[in-house]
Design a protein around this ligand. Sequence first.
Ligand code: ATP
Ligand code: MG
Length: 180
Amino acid sequence: MEGSTRRGLVIVYTGNGKGKTTAALGMAVRAVGYGMRVVMIQFIKGSWHYGEIDGALRLKPEFELITAGRGFVGIMDDDLPRDMHVAAAREALKVSREMLLSNMYDIVILDEVNYAVRLGLVSVEDVLDLIKVKPYSTTLVLTGNYADERIIDEADLVTEMREIKHPFKKGIKALKGIDF
Ligand code: ATP
Ligand code: MG
């Protein structure tokens, strides 16, 4: 494909404001428009919503969602034992590595991976290693608040979503199509 020999970037979307996952999804929509292949892998269980899942199906076959350990969603919520979170994040890491090394994708999105590092579910070294083994032409996107400084150091593009206002603060609950 045209552009496949072009340099891929390491992109970080972090910060406490809304829009990190949405920004990654927006990039995916744009890339699919060129027939590029995109995969998004979830690191924190339950952070994906049906809107994305059904929307992704309409971007088939170029866009794929990988819901590592998705079998638990709906059965367990935030009370999930830590072991389960660790297992899901480790599985996501393994899948991410396979996807990256497969060279089949133009863009690989690791959703909430920064937060998974912050929580100690995966190590920062493991994520730095993914950045290191990334094929030259693949773009790697890492979302989630509290991005580690060492990951920021390795990135080419870092945007911090900073909350100025969020409707949640005035009691407006998550909205369909906006938040999930
Ligand atoms: P989105 O998926 O909407 O792009 P995000 O990826 O930036 O959000 P996450 O930390 O993944 O943020 O949180 C996902 C959910 O939390 C979304 O429903 C989002 O609206 C909500 N959210 C994000 N930022 C805030 C905030 N500052 N205060 C309250 N809720 C928030
Ligand atoms: Mg998110």
